[in-house]
Design a protein around this ligand. Structure first.
Ligand SMILES: [Fe+2]
Length: 298
């Protein structure tokens, strides 16, 4: 048992290391801020507003990305942030009319889109690693960056992806039983957090809302925050992608209005550990689903 525990801790510290490298690159700014990356030559303004970037029937491996846009305090969601994404097709080519889309973050800062795994293309003599280009904007601030994927063998030779500043933007992908890939790409934008006291501008949900799952992906333990606009009996349920209940984190907990936080461990006190994969965390209020977020256990 003790050996297993040590291994769990070691996994935690390894996966945390990538995030830390990214954080230290920008010490003068908030530690969590997402670093920028080059725009590249293939950006086209005015992409369609759609969460479906690849055309129907496009060749390639289906890929589902979700994430939350946070403000510079590293925890307040940025409602209605604009997320503009473009990427290469399966063969590594950019197309003017496809593989581009704009999505907007919801009240809880969450955005999502689906597409196919971007292909690699030659940049000089080297292949660029698979990547998404992002432009994320809110409140007159715009971040241009790129997101890469853990384990990509083209990362070490790529000057942008191998930069220490990119470490926090290399995300793991996990595969479901149907062969689809899933990833979480949270974005930390250098904007002022707008709290609930600034009604109508920032995070002021009228409904109970999941606020923060940290870290995401999670290896061994983390925390979950939720906001309740009014007192409620709260449940937190974890489902796998097939809709099967994997864990009941809390059940019918009577709580007052305000922000609440729970510790979460991938391993229960009985020594049962969640399988690595993609999960959907559902917040229930008074017995009804109120909000949900995806997160990944690695
Ligand atoms: Fe590119």
């Amino acid at each position: 048992m003790k050996i297993e525990r040590r291994e769990t801790l070691r996994v935690l510290s390894l996966s945390g290391a990538a995030a830390l490298l990214g954080l230290r690159a920008s010490e003068s700014k908030a530690q969590c801020l997402t670093t920028d990356d080059i725009l590249g030559p293939f950006y086209i303004p005015g992409a369609p507003e759609t969460p479906q970037l690849a055309p129907a029937g496009a060749p390639g491996t289906p890929l589902f990305i979700t994430g939350t846009v946070y403000a510079r305090d590293c925890e307040t969601p940025v409602r209605n942030a604009k997320v503009d994404v473009w990427h290469a097709n399966d063969g590594g080519g950019y197309e003017d009319g496809h593989y581009r889309g704009v999505v907007f973050a919801g009240d809880n800062g969450q955005y999502s889109f689906q597409t196919i795994l971007p292909g690699k293309y030659l940049n000089g003599a080297q292949f660029r690693p698979r990547h998404f280009h992002y432009k994320v904007s809110a409140m007159d601030t715009e971040l241009t960056t790129q997101v890469y994927f853990e384990g990509d063998t083209s990362i070490p030779a790529d000057p942008w992806a191998s930069s220490p500043a990119a470490a926090g933007r290399i995300i793991p992908l996990s595969e479901d039983q149907s062969g689809n890939l899933h990833g979480v790409a949270d974005i930390y934008l250098d904007v002022e957090p707008l709290t609930n006291s600034q009604e109508g501008q920032g995070f002021s949900p009228a409904q109970p809302a999941l606020r923060h799952i940290m870290p995401n992906p999670m290896s061994a333990e983390g925390r979950v925050q939720a906001f309740l606009p009014a007192a409620a009996s709260v449940g937190l349920l974890l489902f796998n992608l097939n809709g099967k209940l994997a864990r009941e984190i809390i059940r019918n907990q009577k709580l007052p209005a305000g922000m609440h936080q729970w510790e979460f461990r991938a391993e229960t006190r009985h020594g049962l550990r969640l399988q690595p994969g993609v999960y959907i965390l559902q917040l229930q209020a008074d017995g009804r689903p109120a909000d949900s977020k995806r997160f990944i256990v690695v």
